[in-house]
Ligand binder design. Sequence first.
Ligand SMILES: Nc1ncnc2c1ncn2[C@@H]1O[C@H](COP(=O)(O)OP(=O)(O)OP(=O)(O)O)[C@@H](O)[C@H]1O
Ligand SMILES: [Mg+2]
Length: 337
Amino acid sequence: MTTRDSGAAAEGESERRFRIMADTAPVMIWMCDPAGACDWFNRPWLEFTGRSMQQEVGDGWAEGVHPEDVADCMETFRSAVAARREFRMEYRLRRHDGAWRWVLDTGAPRSEPDGAFAGFIGSCVDITDRREAEEARLRAERERAEAETERARLAHQLHEADQRQKRMMREMIAGMTTGRLLVCDTPDDLPSLVADFGGAPVALTKTTLGRMRRRVREAGEAAELPKDRLQDLLTAAGEAAMNAVVHGGGGEGSVHQEHKVQVRVQDHGPGIDEAILHRATLERGFSTRAAGFGHGFWLMVRTADRVFLLTGPGGTTLLLEKEREASGLPLPPELTA
Ligand SMILES: Nc1ncnc2c1ncn2[C@@H]1O[C@H](COP(=O)(O)OP(=O)(O)OP(=O)(O)O)[C@@H](O)[C@H]1O
Ligand SMILES: [Mg+2]
């Protein structure tokens, strides 16, 4: 035997061993020559397609590719072979039972021992289950996103309806008090304060109500409020401060004075629930406390020129204003009873 013959024999032997190994591999394997004509398929491929080697060689294998995928598939395959570059593609391949299965086909150039281009070798795995799982995951994700959008839309609508109702409530309260009781949405809705009077705010407790009252009186005198109007302001401020102590667990009171007097009372209590706001502020005799008379707000609206109210879960702020002279419309008769 010449060296060349033994070399060829060894090559033939390794080729044979490779094919035996490839026939028992868990993937479908194909090979093609340098021109791109397929010349070998392993047993798993032939079993999958249910076709013979004769049917598959050359371009025969492409008959099993889904009509919608075959053009792209051939294009990818041919240009990869022409460029001698590895490729990866997905297409539907007909199984022996007629079912279309998605396969992931990966091809790479192979070379002879002397380095010459020898064609391609490729392997395919059935990724139908993986694709379906991925599609189901995407579908579920899309449905979740849609449900979330819908939930947000409903929440927005509810919020809008809520805001509308709130606004109507505020308008109604202002209307029924001819603009004397103004319910605010945010601290920005409160009027700006005139000059501080009497120093640091008074920490409100049952025992400091007297001090608060003295400060209001002094401010009223400084602003030259007529006696009866000062008396009204003392009544209103007393009710506001009392509410902070009784319902808000305490708070701070400050007094501000220029041509008018402002009394600001703030607490950090539970606030007045939106659902009872109109009754708490407008209805004489409405109280959430067994011992309450429900006169506080009723009196405030009658004795202050204007009452600004900001209330919510973070607490309640009341700002009372009194001018030297009466201004604005009188209260409607149904509220003066
Ligand atoms: N600062 C506040 N914090 C929380 N809730 C308040 C506050 N002020 C008033 N309220 C609520 O508004 C209701 C009406 O207040 P209003 O001052 O008119 O009556 P009252 O305090 O219950 O009784 P009265 O003032 O006659 O002793 C209260 O019962 C309470 O539910
Ligand atoms: Mg009260």
